[in-house]
Each structure stands twice: as C-alpha cells, then as structure tokens.
Design a protein around this ligand. Structure first.
Ligand code: FES
Length: 396
C-alpha cells in the first residue's frame, strides 16, 4: 500500500453526468411500519479543492474484482449526503494527481461512516490501487458529496420507485434502497440488476437480506448474460427485449412508478429508457446517472503555458485575477480568495457552472453540461482552463 500521503492528490478525470428530472405522484397502499427520521443534509461542500481527509476503518471483498471501503472522519465529524450522491476520491498515482467518482452505497442515515464500493476496471489506475492496496488505517482525501441523481427521503411518502442498474451502477441504488425503505414506511422499490455472470454480482447477500427485511416492499430481479445452469433470473444483457418482460412481470404496474432511476453503462441506459418509454413511462420521470471511464475520455485539450488574465463578474462587481499557467478557472478563482461554487471537481455535477462572457477556454470532455447550457455560453470552472484573457460571470 502506498503511504497515506501518497494517496493524497489534487485533480482530474473520471466523471459521471447526471441527467433527468423528477415528476409524478402516485398512491400505492401499504400498512405503515416505524419509519426512521431524516434530516436535510447541510452544505454539500465544506472543504477546499483538496477535499477532507477520511480514514479507512474497514475493507471487505464486494464480489469479483471489487472492494468495499468503510471510511470515517478521524475528527468525528459527520459525513452527510443524500442517497444517490457520489464522492470524488483524490489520489496520487506515480506522481500523477487523479480523481475518481464513487457513489455512496451506505445508508444516508448512518452519518459516522461512509461505504464506497470500488470495482477494478481494466487499466484503472485508481480502482486498481484501491482494490489492491487500500488498508484499514490508510487515509484518503475526498470531495463531495456531489450530484443530483438523488432520491430525497420524505417521511410519510407513499410511492413506488423503479431502479435499473448494471454492474457497479448498483452502488447508488444500494444507498437509495437502504435509506428510502427505512425512512418511508409505505414506499415500495423494485430493482432490476444486470451483470455478466454470477461472480460479477455486487451486494448479492445484502440485497437478499434487504428483500427479506422489507418483504413485499423490495423486489429484486437479477439478470445474467452468462448464467449458470438452472439460473432462476432473467438471461441476457439488459436490452429492451430482456427488460420489457422483466418490467411487465414486476409485482406492481410500471406505470405506477413515480420515478425511474437508471445507472450503468451507456448501452444499458439507452435500452432501459427505450423499454420504459415503450411501456408508456413519461420521459420526465426517468433519471439517469452516466459513467464515463477515464480511458473513454477524449484527450484533455492543451492548456495555456503562460499565466492568463481572468476577469470574474459577480453580483454586479468585477474582480481581476491572474490564472497561473495551466490553472482552471476554479483554481484561479480560489487561489485569489474568491468564493467560487464547486463540489465534485471533476466535471460531473455542474455546481461550478459559470458563463463565459469573453475569451476562450480549454474544456475537458465529456462533462455534464447540457446542450442548452453550452448554447447559453456556460462552462464548468473545474475543468475549463483559460487559453487567453477571459471574462466569466459567476452565479451570485
Ligand atoms: S465541481 Fe462538479 S462539475 Fe465542477
């Protein structure tokens, strides 16, 4: 294991974009059971760009090629988030500062411990390091929580939620399931979870335990591309032809779902959306979390090799700063002591969105900006570096 300090890092890469909105009332009927209380989390980001330091206090195998790390704040401070959100883990590998986003898998009701499950991906420098070397007692720097792929626990709510996940896309779903079923005594959740083979299934025992604990309120359907003999679940990749019968076979009508949450690789998201829309689900009720692995990213555009003048407008005022060579808009603003909004630091949450009034930036792609935001001249300060003198408008 690298030393704790070697795991500390600053920037770059990996992102997850979050798309979709939430709509739709519906009224299933259930008998009430004792719900857990829920408090609204405080501000999402209280640390600087360097994040906060958390200690690994537990490590366990989470399935084939995946590890679950349990983290605590050594100061005893709470770790608060809304189910579905992710944290950016900052590490340094071979001298290169890297960032990766991992969804919280633990219940948001447990505020003194955070569970992250990290699946090792082919050629993944960070996932490989964490899988092979992270040990109890090591410390990691994290930013966040970030992201709007969330389900806000609502005591007294009576709703039906449909979750569709592939591979490591199960992690935010675990937090949603664990939290929502505990807080909302009359809510039902159905999960359809696809994997390549049996060994790839993450949280299999935990899901079985939750289904037993919340009998009648949690339905779990597993699908495998390469099933063992006698496999009782669905067979095949989660394409529309496989998903549609699974959706129709749920214990409650898909159309009664007030929200559909999708997390996994791009082909799964497309297939799930098509299957849901084909069954009459309105697009507005579908929420997606999309992962882009660093290897899939376009090569980062070249940044300026000299310091650049940057003018920041905010609430009618204007401040001029000098951005160091290669610095992002966010780094430049923070270095000058300005209160710049941000959260994930890797282009995946939109919290640092600013409008480019004048000038030109090198913007890392892909990122979470929508077509409308791009057309409106917005850029993400955490992954945009000025190429020549720029003026930006920072939201008040
Ligand atoms: S801080 Fe999340 S996109 Fe920039």
């Amino acid at each position: 294991m690298e030393s704790a300090s070697a795991l500390l890092g600053r920037f770059v890469l990996d992102l997850r974009t979050v798309v979709g909105r939430w709509v739709g009332p519906q009224k299933p009927t259930f008998s009430a059971r004792s719900p857990r209380a829920w408090r609204v989390p405080g501000p999402a980001q209280t640390a600087g760009l360097g994040g906060r330091e958390l200690e690994i206090v537990g490590r366990s195998a989470a399935g084939a090629g995946a590890v679950t790390l349990t983290l605590r704040d050594p100061s005893g401070a709470k770790i608060r988030f809304t189910p579905g959100q992710f944290f950016s883990v900052l590490v340094e590998v071979d001298g290169a500062p890297l960032r990766r986003a991992y969804s919280a898998a633990s219940s948001a009701l447990v505020e003194d411990a955070l569970e992250l499950t990290i699946k090792e991906v082919d050629g993944g420098r960070v996932s490989g390091l964490l899988n092979r070397s992270a040990r109890a007692g090591d410390r990691l720097r994290v930013l966040g929580p970030s992201g709007s792929f969330t389900v806000t626990p609502t005591p007294g709510a009576r709703r039906r939620l449909l979750l569709i996940a592939g591979g490591s896309g199960i992690t935010p779903m675990m937090s949603i399931i664990r939290t929502i079923l505990a807080v909302e005594a009359e809510t039902e959740i159905a999960l359809i979870y696809g994997n390549r083979d049996e060994a790839s299934i993450l949280y299999r025992e935990a899901l079985a335990g939750l289904a037993a604990e919340f009998t009648g309120r949690l339905t779990v359907r597993l699908a495998l591309e390469q099933p063992p003999e006698g496999w009782p679940g669905a067979v095949g990749r989660l394409v529309s032809e496989v998903l549609t019968p699974e959706l129709i076979g749920l214990p409650w009508p898909v159309l009664s779902a007030s929200g559909c949450y999708l997390c996994g690789p791009e082909p799964l998201l497309r297939a799930a959306r098509a299957a849901l829309v084909g069954l009459g689900i309105e697009e507005e009720t579908i929420h997606e979390e999309r992962f882009t692995r660093p290897e899939q990213r376009a090569e980062a555009p070249a940044r300026a090799s000299v310091a650049t003048r940057l003018t920041l407008r905010r609430a009618g005022g204007e401040t001029e700063v000098i951005a160091a060579a290669g610095a992002t808009l966010l780094e430049a603003g923070l270095a000058a002591g300005l209160a710049m909004p941000f959260s994930c630091g890797l282009g995946g949450c939109g919290a640092c969105k600013v409008r480019l009034v004048d000038g030109e930036v090198a913007l890392e792609e892909p990122n979470c900006l929508s077509a409308e935001e791009r057309a409106g001249g917005f850029v993400l300060a955490c992954v945009a570096a000025p190429l020549r003198p720029c003026t930006i408008e920072v939201p008040a």
